[in-house]
Design a protein around this ligand. Structure first.
Ligand SMILES: *Cc1c(COP(=O)(O)O)cnc(C)c1O
Length: 381
């Protein structure tokens, strides 16, 4: 028997996760304690990064990363319009301008061939996003960044544990950010992290996360100064304990996610009505979400109708993401409009995110596959 509704994503919490959290609740430190350091070291070690700084969310981690680069009024950051809005919002928090660059139709990641044409004297950084977990072509982006002296921020909120040419995500860009929201690969409830190999960025991030406070014990044990404004973006020991416990299962989670994606890709491979995401041979994706597109020219129904029929069958899908240039804030603030990024728009108008999470059973995966096929077979042109 299949229990519906099936969500598009879901965390997996075991008794050992619960035990880890309860231990912190019984300890002396609920925040600013030893679990923060332990979580940071564990993630940095896993990703082969020199430094890691925990943040209250992936979004505040992005704010910290752009702040570390010194993004300010008048600066431009090139990024993709096909991402969660936080990637671009973080640039705006720093008063910078996100400059969008259309995607590659196969991988749905930023198209490196289009990046160079968008560089101006105001460009400070390229913010790449590993959509669905699949790493961008980092070497291609790196070559452009080096030529024009730009920094690279990697929004790997969807890509913890993914690999690019056998290198772990988190070890390559100037600053990499992660998210531990419950639908992401591992969770701490809410939470995020910035990874970097630069000691300068590391120190800036630690101060920014804690109000901008720099302690001055030479004046007095209580005394501190704030030279640059920061925020309270700290992550608690309670969250970190959950994150540490979850990290131990990450490889198992990824293995199961990859297994499920393989099943989907094989099941839909010979269906001309379904357009699959391309898995690049030089990447190994942790697959945070499973994105498919429907070739609506071959079907009698709309994307919305497919989405609604799946919902009626108990399959609660999503659509990732509403392109950022569709959002009214970005239209009125920066003048973006529908029509600006045709490849992103073509993807978005026909996309659905099918359920993908490690606890999804084979029976449930088969049920999703059969349901999708049923809808398609009933609605061919
Ligand atoms: C989830 C996500 C974020 C934001 O992370 P939060 O922890 O929810 O703040 C940022 N960027 C991308 C690409 C994401 O998927």
């Amino acid at each position: 028997m299949i229990k519906t509704p099936i969500p598009y994503g879901k965390q997996w919490i075991d008794d050992d996760d619960i035990k880890a959290v309860v231990e912190v609740l019984k300890s002396d430190w609920l925040t600013c304690g030893p679990k923060v350091d332990e979580f940071e070291k564990a993630i940095a070690g896993y990703c082969n990064a020199k430094y890691a700084v925990a943040f209250s969310s992936g979004t505040s981690a992005l704010h910290g990363a752009y702040n570390a680069l010194g993004i300010k009024q008048g600066d431009e950051v090139i990024t993709t319009p096909l991402t969660f809005s936080a990637t671009a919002n973080g640039v705006v928090y720093c008063s910078g301008k996100p400059v969008f660059c259309d995607i590659s139709p196969d991988t749905l990641n930023i198209n490196p061939e289009l990046v160079e044409g968008l560089i101006t004297p105001k460009t400070k950084a390229i913010a790449i996003v590993d959509l669905a977990g699949q790493p961008c072509d980092f070497d291609a982006i790196k070559a452009i960044a080096e030529k024009h002296n730009l920094a690279i921020v990697e929004d790997a909120a969807q890509a913890l544990g993914s690999e690019y040419k056998s290198r772990k995500v988190g070890s390559m860009a100037d600053l990499t950010i992660l998210s531990f929201h419950p639908v992401k690969t591992i969770t701490s409830g809410e939470g995020g992290m910035v990874l970097t190999n630069s000691q300068e960025f590391y120190e800036k991030l630690k101060v920014f996360r804690n109000h901008g406070i720099v302690k001055k014990p030479e004046v007095g044990p209580w005394y501190y100064e704030i030279e640059n404004l920061g925020y309270n973006y700290r992550l608690t020991d309670i969250h970190c304990a959950l994150g540490i416990s979850q990290l131990k299962k990450l490889d198992k989670f990824i293995e199961r996610r990859r297994e499920i994606v393989k099943k989907y890709q094989e099941a839909f491979a010979n269906m001309p009505e379904i357009i699959l995401i391309k898995e690049e041979s030089f990447t190994k994706s942790a697959w945070h979400i499973y994105l498919v597109q429907f070739d609506l020219t071959k079907l009698k129904i709309s994307r919305k109708e497919i989405f609604e029929q799946l919902a009626q069958m108990g399959i609660k899908c999503q659509v990732h993401h509403v392109p950022i240039h569709y959002l009214p804030f970005y239209q009125k603030t920066f003048g973006y409009k529908k029509g600006d990024f045709p490849i992103t728009e073509q993807y978005y108008e026909r996309a659905i995110t099918l359920p993908l999470f490690p606890k999804l059973t084979n029976e449930e995966v088969d049920f999703v596959i059969v349901s999708v096929k049923e809808i398609i077979n009933a609605n061919k042109k």
